[in-house]
Design a protein around this ligand. Structure first.
Ligand code: GLY
Length: 381
């Protein structure tokens, strides 16, 4: 039996692949599956527009997973009838004042140096594509290949697909620890007993580090990184925007983004805050989100504010995911996805399932093993 700890998009996705392969698999969630970071996300699939200096190793993984998304969405639809709102209008990063536009020109050169398929737009061209953008928009980078989904629909679809494929879902069941026998994972402890397992996949997001009984050498260095978000409601037939828009940020909101869904919901995010497991909303956080979003898209001013929430990204030390086997035989990791959990889910699901079943680490995930955090051994000379 395979136990997956955590019923977010990665846990459910991996579970779905196991169940499809005929494995006996149980996903454990201490609450309701799909209701933490998966629920809190914005559903952007934008490795190009979000490419950052220093994260070059992540780019091939992100591009590979993005390429899997359209089929993943179609497969979910076929399996469950749930349409996850895969949208292909693309993503635009806009600059407002002269400094922003200059900064964006540098980013554009950087994107080009990475061989990414992006296009420079003048302010006029950006507004031609999205007429409600602020007059102040002076330039933009357009990425046609960076798409999006409705992450909450994905959670619903994956849950249904996993169950339909024969997986077992235990919700409101906390895994309180893991046990080893002869150094190998042998069982998990849940509130109503101990369950013997052949393999455990730890996919508990921001909570992955805290599991009792984990051998220290296999404990993933993951911490929570808070993000506050708001949503406003557009007229679905007359949306203000159809493209995902990124704009300039400030301290607590490094960049503002606006992700329009087909039902008219416009998701605005996000703060990035080191606040432990706190998920409280703050006036300052919400004010910054709305002000920065309004700078880019003034038309949001009159829209109904329909929701505000905060989620916890699972961040690793290098902001890249931690995937694959650990020094503890039988224990596998699928955590630390930071800001990319939705994007990386299809690849994570396939790669972890293959890795557990075949005992081989695929080339895509080799750079993302836990062992990259090992301290260099001091050499005495
Ligand atoms: N991926 C969106 C966020 O982390 O805010």
């Amino acid at each position: 039996m395979i136990a997956i700890i955590g019923g977010g998009i990665c846990g459910l996705g991996i579970g779905w692949r196991f169940a499809q392969a005929g494995e006996a698999v149980t996903v454990y969630d201490r609450g309701t599956a799909g209701m933490e970071a998966t629920w809190a996300a914005a559903g952007m699939l934008a490795p190009q527009a979000e490419a950052e200096h220093g994260e070059e190793a992540l780019l091939p993984l992100a591009l590979e997973s993005r390429a899997m998304w359209k089929d993943f969405a179609a497969e979910l639809l076929a399996a469950t009838g749930v349409d996850v709102d895969y949208r292909e209008e693309g993503t635009m990063v806009v600059g407002l004042d002269r400094d922003d536009v200059e900064h964006l020109e540098h980013r554009f050169s950087y994107f080009q140096s990475l061989g990414l398929d992006v296009e420079w737009l003048s302010g006029y061209e950006a507004r031609k594509r999205e007429p409600h953008l602020a007059r102040a928009v002076g330039g933009a980078v357009y990425s046609a290949l960076d798409h999006q989904v409705d992450n909450r629909k994905v959670a619903e679809a994956l849950r249904a697909a996993f169950l339909a494929a024969g997986g077992t879902l235990r919700e409101n069941v906390e895994v309180t620890g893991v046990s080893t026998a002869g150094g190998r994972i042998s069982a998990i402890d849940v509130q109503d007993g101990t369950v013997t397992t052949d393999a455990v996949v730890l996919a508990a997001g921001a909570w992955s580090r805290n599991l009792a009984g984990l051998p220290e050498i296999s404990r993933p260095p993951v911490r929570p990184l808070k993000g506050q978000m708001v949503a406003v409601q557009m007229e679905p037939q007359m949306p203000l925007i159809e493209t995902v828009i990124w704009g300039p940020g400030n301290g607590v909101v490094p960049s503002i983004y606006l992700a329009p869904k087909s039902n008219g919901r416009l998701i605005i995010g996000a703060t990035v805050e080191e606040m432990g497991f706190d998920t409280g909303l703050t006036a300052g956080g919400i004010m910054e989100l709305l002000r920065l979003a309004w700078d880019v898209l003034p038309g949001i001013y009159d829209l109904p504010l329909v929701e505000s929430w905060a989620g916890l990204r699972p961040a690793s030390r290098d902001d890249a995911p931690i995937l694959g086997p650990t020094p503890t035989p039988g224990l596998f990791l699928a955590t630390g996805h930071h800001r990319n959990g939705i994007l990386l889910a299809p690849l994570t699901a396939k790669a972890i399932c293959d890795c557990v079943r075949n005992g081989e680490v695929g080339s895509s995930i080799k750079p993302f093993l836990l062992d990259r955090f090992e301290k260099p051994v001091a050499v005495n000379v």
